[in-house]
Design a protein around this ligand. Structure first.
Ligand code: 6PG
Length: 242
């Protein structure tokens, strides 16, 4: 990355507040340059506090276009749904036009068909902006204790897919949809939110660039422009701003 930053915050709440500041900064850059903000949401639990903070802000919501980086293969009303979590914490409480929220289609019987459909949706959307491939303004990511990110799990075929924007990931036999590595790396800014002592070991492998990327997929995330890691003290023990 042209710019890589590591920031260690005392706790999840201060990490989420900092993530809000960075999200708004990236939004302002995107609006000034292109009049819209294309953001990719992370799933899991860490980003929920950021989404709740966003729901309290008065931002130019009509300029937001919201996508997901990955999704469990469940309906949005399922407790595991990343879409459901983001809607309950944030999107249901602010006036982003419904047509500017692009959930991953987990209602199709075949996850491969769903991945192809979301790929096509992204292709058409970015072609409408005269872009041949997605160049998201901000991609939010988490990281699992095993070093996975989005639904790019260790030693899975999804890690090496480069000819599709979206592919099928797999966690313990359960299908997931995930953006592929090249799409994430073409983002203008990638922001990792990582909290909790159970992330410490994987973080060490990833940030020291020693872990095998197939074993620690977060290592594959090397955007050309900006990569920011927000860590809480438990996960980021010993790390400080580089
Ligand atoms: C998901 C996420 C996944 C998540 C990590 C961290 O669908 O679960 O996209 O990549 O970011 O597993 O999850 P936590 O934030 O819950 O620790």
């Amino acid at each position: 990355p042209a710019e890589q930053r590591i920031e260690v915050l005392p706790d999840l709440e201060s990490l989420s507040q900092r993530a809000l500041e960075i999200t708004v900064e990236q939004m302002e850059l995107a609006l000034a340059a292109r009049g819209r903000f294309n953001i990719v949401l992370a799933g899991g639990s860490t980003p929920k506090s950021l989404y709740e903070r966003l729901s309290q802000e008065a931002l130019p919501w009509s300029a937001f276009h919201v996508f997901w980086g990955d999704e469990r293969y469940v309906p949005p009303d399922h407790p595991d749904s990343n879409e459901g979590m983001a809607r309950q914490a944030w999107l249901d409480h602010i006036p982003i036009p419904a047509a500017q929220i692009y959930p991953m289609p987990t209602f199709l019987p075949d996850p491969h068909q769903a991945a192809a459909q979301y790929h096509q949706e992204l292709l058409v959307y970015f072609q409408s902006l005269d872009k041949p491939t997605p160049d998201f303004d901000l991609v939010l990511l988490g990281m699992g204790p095993d070093g996975h990110t989005a639904s790019l799990f260790p030693h899975t075929p999804a890690l090496n897919v480069t000819d599709q924007f979206v592919t099928v990931g797999e966690k313990e036999g359960q299908p997931r949809l995930t953006l592929t590595v090249p799409v994430i790396n073409q983002a203008r800014c990638v922001l990792f939110l990582v909290a909790g002592a159970n992330k410490q070991a994987a973080l060490g492998q990833v940030l020291t660039k020693t872990g095998d990327p197939q074993a620690y997929p977060a290592r594959l995330i090397q955007p050309d422009e900006t990569l920011i890691w927000l860590l809480d003290q438990e996960a980021g023990l010993g790390w400080s701003d580089e």
